[in-house]
Design a protein around this ligand. Structure first.
Ligand code: SF4
Length: 86
């Protein structure tokens, strides 16, 4: 997971703080979620994550473009957004 370059709003930060403490990636190497060759490893962690849906929703709503969020890589989230918009 790589955060977008523009800062989070306070509402976005508050929302993030409601689900992120229960994430399976707490304490994991953050590079795993932002390094292309480690996407399968990151997705395996996401598969065990109790807040996966919240993570994915938040990433889509706040335009997080880089890395793995909610078990989906950047291109997969883009494809999902295009399907939602169609
Ligand atoms: S779904 Fe994946 S990236 Fe999102 S909080 Fe869970 S482990 Fe982290």
């Amino acid at each position: 997971m790589t955060y977008r370059t523009s800062p989070l709003t306070s509402a976005e930060r508050r929302d993030y703080d409601t689900w992120s403490p229960r994430s399976a990636c707490q304490g994991k190497d953050p590079e795993m979620f932002s390094t292309r060759s480690r996407i399968p490893e990151a997705k395996a962690v996401c598969d065990t994550c109790p807040v996966r849906r919240s993570c994915l929703s938040w990433a889509l709503e706040t335009d997080q473009t880089g890395g793995v969020w909610g078990g989906l890589a950047e291109q997969e989230r883009l494809q999902l957004q295009l399907r939602i918009a169609a």
